[in-house]
Write a new protein. Structure first.
Lengths: 420, 219
């Protein structure tokens, strides 16, 4: 047994709690979770059955925490988990799971399977079985400040660009602002429209807001790879920034996992509740809408559909808000099959899009999205996660479908009523 | 040991041993699992109607949208044999009599013709889900010896019970003894196999429902 394997197994033992034990004990091998997983439905390969992705973790549970399993281990009747086995499981735990949690929604005995995958990744990462692409993303976030290597000057350059274009000042490190706006590096690099959209919307709503020079990056690759220690370092930057600037609310950008990291995991990572609120930008926009602070004019007339980011809808509870906002600015809004919490993943969540080894498989399972889109005949796809957006764009391009993908915040900003 | 001695043993010491192992095993297993505990969620909750552990306990008994079509045998076969087992075990007059003798509780029984029919339907549904397990790539891939073993120890009490009542194959006394013996085997293995889901599934649904309800998602 290698030292890293030892550590990995120790971490996994630590991870196993009553829910995980209960879930393993409840599984009857019915295989229904496979029917909910795009990696199975699009390939037909049974190895992608979600509960099977956890087999090494299940054995550790059995061998360490059950009387019969401990007896079997004592007399050498059970197979110990090995490095080779974990290496073989890397494909199942990282490449073919986007942490989308559709399996957790259908399991008839109620198992939250993705909760277990997330915990299993902790042991995989510690024992050295995480994919290189994700290790790189985490290292860059810790050392440079963002998974794509974006530094503060890049943000400042974009601020200046947006200021020149919109004529609105972009505040940085403004103490006492109501909102602290976070970005994802995908937005800084690929979708600069987001920051401009925020500036216009905040101006119209008459709200004070700020960026933070020590915490502008919201994405958290530590969550995706499964290293809580690093995830905590990343979240802590944001907590410190928000508390230093004494903001009331931190706004998570259009990024699903950033929202999960900041909204749900963050307080647990730092071990105390926040002193501020965390909202996804769509929650903020919908709040403005209901308070009459968001005024739009005109409608898109092309047929549009909304792709629910898994971490925002199924794992985040933000389902109604995007519908309200879509209806504000579109005339022909159509829902794909299985909308809202039942939505099918873009195929690139949970770190899959940062993992080169997974690329071929990711494009293959995109067939589900392709079918969904063809069924409703949408001409434009709207979403609220920059990672979904880039994965959708790549998938659409791969299947030669000429359908633009836009961010909902940006779509709203395009329809803002001019100042009177 | 002749059939009368066997019947006496399974009705006396055998039954006591089986119930003893079942009860102690169940208590031990529940302790083993739930004493592991879990951490409190420190994030600020979101509240949504219909999202709670209790809701999920109920909701998961129904097929989510689209799933029935994807795996009809799992759902229909599953419902039929679970409901069938409940009818056969709890609504057959001699079973109620036995429970009354043991625990002093009783309730009305179904006519024996209805229980007969339920038994045949249950056996058929169980054969169907077994065939599905063997035929369907995912189920076959997941299946271990335990899956087939637990199927058999669940199937045999129903089969031997039916054969005893209908006086099939073996003399009534022998078949009745085998029936009781097969139930005792079921009781003994239940806490230590996947059959234990009869207890844990409620807590699993609750945990999942509660954790997601915290995020405002009714799962």
């Amino acid at each position: 047994m290698s030292a890293s394997l030892d550590k990995g197994v120790a971490v996994l033992k630590e991870m196993i709690d009553a829910p995980i034990a209960s879930y393993f004990e409840s599984c009857v091998h019915c295989g229904l979770c496979a029917e909910a997983c795009l990696f199975y439905t699009e390939t037909g390969d049974p190895k992608y059955t979600p509960i099977h992705k956890l087999e090494p973790l299940r054995r550790i549970y059995e061998q360490e925490y059950t009387l019969l399993g401990r007896l079997a281990k004592l007399v050498g009747l059970s197979k110990p988990v090995t490095d080779d086995e974990l290496e073989a499981w890397k494909e199942l735990v990282y490449n073919s799971c986007t942490l989308c949690a559709r399996c957790s929604l259908v399991c008839p005995v109620g198992n939250d399977i993705v909760y277990m995958v997330r915990k299993f990744r902790e042991g995989m990462a510690v024992s050295g079985h995480a994919p290189d692409g994700l290790i790189g993303a985490v290292t860059r976030t810790i050392e440079i400040g963002s998974p794509m290597g974006v530094k503060l000057p890049a943000v400042q350059a974009q601020m200046k660009h947006v200021q020149d274009e919109t004529g609105i000042e972009i505040p940085m490190d403004k103490e006492g602002a109501e909102y602290m706006v976070m970005l994802s590096s995908m937005e800084i690099m690929n979708f600069p429209e987001y920051l401009g959209a925020i500036a216009k919307i905040m101006k119209q709503a008459g709200k004070t807001w700020t960026l933070c020079s020590t915490a502008f990056e919201a994405t958290n690759a530590g969550i995706q790879i499964g290293v809580s220690d690093l995830a905590k370092v990343i979240v802590n930057r944001i907590v410190e920034g928000a508390e230093r600037l004494k903001v009331k609310t931190v706004i998570s950008p259009e990024c699903g996992h950033a929202y999960t990291a900041l909204r749900w995991d963050g307080a647990n990572l730092i071990g105390r509740p926040y002193t501020f609120k965390v909202l996804h930008i769509l929650e903020v926009l919908d709040e403005f809408r209901s308070q009459g602070l968001l005024k739009t004019e005109g409608f898109e007339t092309t047929r549009m559909t909304f792709h629910d980011p898994c971490q925002l809808g199924r794992r985040g509870g933000v389902v109604e808000q995007p519908r309200n906002l879509m209806n504000m600015v579109t005339k022909d809004f159509v829902e794909m099959d299985d909308p809202g919490k039942y939505n099918w993943c873009c195929g690139g969540g949970g770190g899959v899009s940062a993992n080169e080894e997974a690329e071929e498989l990711r494009l293959e399972v995109f067939k589900i999205k392709k079918r969904q889109l063809e069924n409703v005949g949408a001409k434009t796809m709207v979403t609220a996660c920059a990672n979904c957006r880039i994965v959708l764009e790549e998938g659409l391009e791969h299947y030669q479908m000429d359908i633009p993908v836009v961010g909902l915040t940006e779509l709203i900003a395009e329809h803002l009523a001019p100042d009177k | 040991m002749n059939e009368v001695e066997l019947l006496n043993w399974v009705r006396g010491p055998g039954l006591n041993i089986a119930i003893g192992i079942f009860l102690l095993g169940t208590i031990w297993r529940l302790f083993e699992i739930y004493s592991l505990g879990r951490k409190k969620d420190l994030s600020a909750p979101r509240h949504t109607a219909g999202a709670s552990g209790w809701n999920t306990i109920a909701r998961r008994s129904l097929a989510p949208p689209g799933m029935l079509k994807r795996s009809p045998i799992s759902y229909i076969g599953g419902y039929v044999f679970h409901v069938g087992l409940a009818i056969v075990v709890f609504l057959f007059a001699p079973h109620i009599e036995l429970i009354e003798n043991l625990f002093g509780l009783s309730w009305p029984a179904l006519p024996s013709q209805v229980v007969d029919l339920a038994t045949v339907v249950t056996l058929a549904a169980m054969v169907l889900v077994l065939v599905d397990r063997i035929n369907k790539p995912v189920k076959r891939y997941l299946s271990t010896v335990e899956d087939y073993f637990t199927w058999a120890v669940t199937f045999l009490p129903v089969l031997t019970g039916y054969m005893a009542v209908k006086h099939l194959l073996l003399p009534y006394t022998t078949m009745l003894a085998l029936h009781i013996l097969s139930v005792e085997i079921l009781l003994v293995v239940l806490p230590f196999t996947k059959l234990f889901h009869v207890f844990t599934l409620f807590m699993s649904r609750w945990y999942n429902g509660q954790a997601n309800a915290h995020k405002g998602v009714p799962v």
